[in-house]
Design a protein around this ligand. Structure first.
Ligand code: SF4
Length: 698
């Protein structure tokens, strides 16, 4: 404190999708402190993660040398290590040897078992350029579309519904557009925890007079600013939303001119929702019919209204249906494309939007061009000089299932941690152990890296240049602030080295070259050159030309679908995959806490953050604790049909009785040993927000 930094470098926060701009203060190649900058998404604000979550980069646990698994180190016991010597299963290697072993193993599987025996997981923590190069490598070097990343565990169902309904998977307006809203709905999202700076804009809008409606089975920080809190039963979103859709149609609250001009499928939606009266839906979702009608009127009659949603909507086997209903609400009432209106799925990881845009998904090439479309494939094949497989690849959970079956035997994982993030961990870790060849590119020996045959040490966020796209569709520049430790190398360089050993001929010398190539293939960012990004720091897409300022509120004049119209898609009411019963009477839901990010690889190694929330806990309602005879702070065991973990109990007045919550960032009690891998059939997202659980005293 008080010490003047030697130098300052303007960059971005590496955590959530808000994309706060910040300045690293540096001395002797160490980050001393971080301060907020006046970026479009943060106006100098930072949350506790952005402010205090940076010293993970200086952790003594950073990987600084390439590592190769020792021949006598069985993968089945990958996580069975001496904490004092966690690298015991590996030996150090030169870059030349490690790259050769990594690439040779991948090539052998490709050439023996075929391209689809390989798969790659990229990362939403990486830059746009890294995502672009990684998917290009998997598609042209491996020869498969088995490429995915954590968007599959995040908003894949939202994107499926948005692509189908309005022809675009991104938000229709930035979150700060809520300053112009008079009604704001937040459903299945906890912005004060997961998007804290965005939450400040929402709070300010509520203080100014916007009516905030929070729809969530759990209580949360924003409820104290809310006009209404609808604490509906978990997993019944479609019933609640169909009740609102029914009300809007039945009471004549639609915008007929908007529906006529900009939509199709209204009559089918009307017919399919006729039976979903609020009076019937009350019995399903637990919200009084009068309240459902009140909220429907409030939203439909608002001059301008926005809907925000998060994983509470998307991480269900009916996640796509949930999002379809939200889209229908906006289309029925014309609450899209004007100031203060919009649909905004709050993006999780800092670059999950950009990584998806860049094609790090199995069914789409960059800019969401379907890989199954021959004409589109031709254009990418011409640009990349290689054939692309014509069929969509497998998604995250499908890839793990295929690895478990033995259909996939080689993987390259860059920056993802499926041995913590994916549902049903016993199954996932067995799958990783079965892989014949696993290459992991990481900054720490994560739970996933522990299963690797080769570990390639990569650079952390402040150690590299790159562009990142936040939840608002703002492409922003992150700048190298410090040098990487030891022999750690930039991800783009490592990907290129692997690519060239797989027979490709790449010659990138800086991420800017990858970005400019990508820009040439992505109409959405056509007008955003690297040079412009360096100058402006942030430009919103779609951006057609160098003098286009970028378009923030979009779709005021039609939609990017074949007909130019948006499409209503009705949703039926389906139960979650696994309902509570007498053996497993609780509903388990998982998520994040304010201080920790995703699987904790970075924030658990950030001193201040881990000091605030150092250990795992299970949230229960005070009434459930009393009924079970459990004291707050007591160690309990939580069990589901897939596994059990032991952790402390925490009394939480935000929890409804019968529901428990466990954060998934703690390796010592990994919540995903418990979660259900059942998939939404459209978005292929697992049902991380609902499964049946039992609480036991230890
Ligand atoms: Fe970082 Fe998100 Fe916090 Fe901003 S709100 S400082 S981007 S974690």
């Amino acid at each position: 404190p008080g010490k003047q930094p030697e130098r300052e470098v303007d960059s971005l926060c590496p955590y959530c999708g808000v994309g706060c701009q910040l300045t690293f203060q540096i001395e002797d190649n160490r980050i001393l402190a971080v301060k907020g900058r006046d970026g479009p998404a943060n106006h100098n604000r930072l949350c506790v993660k952005g402010r205090y979550g940076f010293d993970y980069v200086h952790s003594p646990e950073r990987l600084t040398k390439p590592l190769i698994r020792r021949e006598d180190a069985p993968k089945a016991r990958a996580l069975d290590v001496d904490p004092a010597n966690p690298l015991t299963h590996f030996r150090e290697a030169s870059w030349e040897e490690a790259l050769e072993v990594a690439a040779t193993g991948l090539a052998r599987i490709r050439d023996t078992h075929g391209p689809d025996a390989l798969a790659g997981f990229g990362s939403a923590k990486g830059s746009n350029e890294e995502a672009y190069l990684f998917q290009k490598l998997v598609r042209t070097g491996f020869g498969t579309n088995n490429i995915d990343h954590c968007t599959r565990l995040c908003h894949a169902s939202s994107v499926a519904a948005l692509m189908e309904g309005i022809g675009s998977g991104a938000v229709t307006a930035p979150f700060y557009e809520c300053a112009n809203s008079d009604v704001i709905i937040i459903i299945g999202a906890t912005p004060t925890v997961n998007h804290p700076v965005a939450a400040t804009f929402i709070k300010n809008a509520a203080k100014r007079g916007a009516k905030l409606v929070v729809m969530d089975p759990r209580g949360q920080g924003l409820t104290r600013h809310a006009h209404l809190h609808l604490q509906f039963r978990g997993g019944t979103d479609v019933a609640l939303l169909n009740g609102m859709i029914h009300t809007i149609i039945e009471e004549g609250l639609t915008d007929p001119a908007y529906i006529e001009r900009f939509t199709e499928g209204f009559e089918e939606l009307k017919a399919r929702t006729t039976a979903f009266t609020p009076e019937r839906m009350e019995g399903v979702c637990g919200i009084p019919a009068a309240t459902i009608r009140e909220v429907a009127r409030l939203y439909a009659q608002a001059k301008a209204a926005m809907i925000f949603w998060g994983m509470g909507v998307s991480q269900h086997t009916h996640g796509t249906d949930n999002a379809r209903c939200l889209i229908a609400l906006a289309l029925l009432t014309g609450q899209v494309g004007r100031p203060g209106t919009g649909l905004h799925p709050l993006r999780g990881q800092n670059n999950v939007q950009g990584a998806s845009d860049a094609g790090l998904i199995p069914m789409f090439l960059p800019d969401y061009r379907p890989v199954g479309d021959a004409e589109i494939r031709d254009s990418f094949e011409a640009a990349w000089g290689r054939d692309i497989a014509p069929h969509a690849g497998l998604t995250v959970v499908e890839i793990m299932n295929a690895a478990h079956r033995g259909d996939i035997s080689g993987m390259y994982i860059m920056g993802e941690n499926p041995a913590m993030s994916d549902p049903d961990q016993s199954h996932v870790r067995e799958a990783l152990a079965k892989l014949d060849h696993l290459v992991v590119q990481e900054i720490f020996l994560t739970e996933t890296a522990a299963f690797a045959d080769v570990i390639l040490p990569a650079t952390a966020f402040p150690e590299k240049d790159g562009s990142f796209t936040n939840t608002n569709r703002q492409v922003q520049i992150g700048r190298k602030a410090i040098d990487a430790p030891g022999d750690a190398r930039p991800d783009w360089w490592i990907i290129q080295e692997i690519a060239n050993r797989l027979g490709l001929r790449w010659h990138y010398s800086h991420p800017r070259e990858a970005y400019e190539e990508m820009r040439g293939l992505m109409p959405s960012i056509r007008g955003i050159s690297w040079e412009r990004l360096e100058r402006a720091g942030s430009v919103t897409y779609p951006c057609d030309s160098a003098d286009d300022p970028g378009q923030e509120v979009i779709f005021g004049d039609g939609f990017p679908t074949e007909s130019g119209k948006a499409r209503f898609v009705a949703a039926d009411i389906l139960p979650p995959d696994e309902m509570p019963d007498k053996d497993y009477p609780f509903v388990l839901t998982t998520g994040r806490v304010l201080e920790h990010w995703h699987t904790g690889a970075m924030t658990r190694r950030a001193t201040v953050l881990d000091a605030i929330e150092p250990e795992p806990f299970c949230h229960l309602s005070p009434a459930d604790l009393v009924a079970a005879g459990i004291e707050p702070g007591e160690t309990i065991r939580v069990r589901t049909r897939r596994g059990a973990i032991a952790l402390k109990a925490r009394a939480d007045t935000d929890m409804p009785s019968g529901t428990i919550f466990i954060p998934f960032c703690y390796a010592e009690a990994a919540a995903n040993f418990l979660t259900n891998p059942a998939l939404d059939p459209f978005g292929k997202i697992p049902e991380l927000k609902f499964c049946a659980a039992r609480v036991e005293r230890t």
